[in-house]
Design a protein around this ligand. Sequence first.
Ligand SMILES: [Zn+2]
Length: 72
Amino acid sequence: MAEKEKKDLIKKCPYCTTPLKVEDKLCFSCKKRVGPPDARGVATVPGRWKSYVYLLLALGLVVAYFQFVFFR
Ligand SMILES: [Zn+2]
């Protein structure tokens, strides 16, 4: 139980793998922006996360377009 709680409070920097506090938004070691931890306890990269959202949005637009073309 204590082990799990400890894991929840620590995340690793995705750039230099330095252990950081979960609430940290900036890595004190390499000075790069870090996001909330993922399932493996590694901090996510905010910029990369945003590009995934844009990718999903673009994919959704393509799907909507094909539905418009073939199912109208
Ligand atoms: Zn770092």
